[in-house]
Write a protein that binds this ligand. Structure first.
Ligand SMILES: Cc1cc2nc3c(=O)[nH]c(=O)nc-3n(C[C@H](O)[C@H](O)[C@H](O)COP(=O)(O)OP(=O)(O)OC[C@H]3O[C@@H](n4cnc5c(N)ncnc54)[C@H](O)[C@@H]3O)c2cc1C
Length: 355
């Protein structure tokens, strides 16, 4: 039976350590409990918040006026193996990084560069979790979910998930509750080709070369720790929701405007990061824009602070409220808009608040 409690403070369940009370809090440890809890809340017309590890959530200081369903389903299994590819199905409540660690130890390649990312398996398809040149859209082949519209369990293949950069069919709506995720991994001692220049430099290889799975994982963890991007109770820079803004993807007109503003502000020969996207669109770096707009690492507004290690992470080093954090986010967004004409968009999911 799922554990139900009233008025549970959500700050204890988010990595920002922010968020007021949930009217009702359900701990679901089996799929049956999870589906029953969602159905019951839907029957009552009760708002629902699905909660994993709380590492991509900014919750209102007023809390959540409905039912929070905390996903605690556990377990992984190999569902198929053919031609060096192994399908591994993981329950939504499995912690992500221990899952990655097991894949690496078992000689399964495909998620090694996603080491050190907090949260649980069920959230990985939501924003197509990615880092250091990999994202889960490359390995996810199937997501089983409870569809709150049809009130049935459905299976979505990769195409149906409609993955793009930090986005999918699941993000921005409450329709699906992810029950389990199946990843197609490669039996290999070596990593997938290292795609990310900073990681390749760290490993002393050229982009496109491979290293052992363990070398890739260790290097990613070391890079992430240096940026406060691995949860560490002793490091206040890790009290964040990770990157607060996504990297802007610009169309040719927006790109020309950015080019003009960069030249005006930083000189005619100044350049900025550009990564080709699909079509004629180009992705640039939110961290670069924030930094060049004048927000240094460690910048504070009231009790909220930009991480002292990473320009993109907004933190609650202790004593901040959600309102304080959002005030800092608005200051940064307005500063980048004024300097470069680019509108930054938040990456974490905002609950009961708006930017
Ligand atoms: C220090 C730090 C570093 C980070 N680094 C990265 C990074 O490198 N790359 C990256 O992509 N992200 C990163 N993140 C963001 C975050 O870890 C990921 O987005 C992660 O997948 C969120 O998982 P979670 O279980 O904590 O989700 P939660 O924060 O609990 O939930 C996030 C959203 O997903 C929904 N959700 C969660 N589980 C389910 C489910 N089973 N079914 C339906 N909806 C669900 C929630 O309702 C909410 O809308 C980082 C965060 C932190 C704090």
């Amino acid at each position: 039976m799922a554990v139900i409690a009233e008025e549970v403070n959500l700050a204890g369940y988010t990595t920002l350590r922010l968020g007021g009370p949930a009217r009702r809090f359900v701990e679901a440890t089996t799929e049956a409990e999870l589906v029953a809890a969602i159905r019951a809340a839907d029957d009552e017309g009760e708002p629902v918040l699905v909660l994993g590890g709380g590492s991509n959530l900014v919750v209102s200081d007023d809390g959540f006026p409905g039912t929070v369903v905390h996903i605690g389903t556990r377990g992984t299994e190999r569902t198929a193996a053919e031609g060096g590819t192994v399908h591994v199905r993981a329950q939504a409540g499995e912690d992500w990084d221990p899952f990655v660690a097991r894949c690496v130890a078992d000689g399964l390649a495909g998620v090694e560069c996603l080491s050190g990312i907090p949260g649980r398996v069920g959230a990985t398809p939501i924003q197509n979790v990615g880092a250091y040149g990999q994202d889960v859209s490359e390995t996810i082949i199937e997501v089983r979910a409870y569809d709150r519209e049809s009130r049935a369990v459905v299976t979505l293949d990769r195409a149906a998930c409609r993955f793009t950069y930090r986005h999918s069919v699941f993000k921005g709506n409450d329709r699906y509750v992810v029950l389990d995720v199946t990843y197609a991994l490669h039996e290999a001692e070596e990593s997938q080709p290292i795609a990310y220049a900073e990681l390749a430099r760290k490993l002393g290889v050229r982009p496109g070369e491979r290293v052992t799975l363990k070398e890739a994982r260790d290097a990613v963890l070391e890079l992430r720790r240096g940026k406060g991007m691995v949860l560490d109770a002793a490091d206040p820079d890790t009290r964040s929701a990770g990157s607060f803004f996504t990297n802007p993807v610009l169309d040719p007109e927006q790109l020309a405007e950015l080019q003009r503003r960069v030249a005006e502000r930083l000189g005619p020969d100044a350049t900025f990061p550009r990564y080709p996207e699909t079509g004629d669109r180009v992705k640039t770096s939110a961290a670069w824009l924030i930094d060049r707009a004048g927000f240094a690492k460690g910048h504070v507004l009231g009790p909220a602070r930009i991480s002292t290690k990473h320009t993109l992470a907004l933190t609650n080093p202790g004593g901040a409220s959600t309102a304080d954090l959002l005030a800092l986010a608005r200051e940064v967004r307005a500063g980048v808009r004024d300097a470069f004409g680019v509108e930054l968009v938040n990456e974490p999911v905002l609950v009961g608040v708006a930017l």
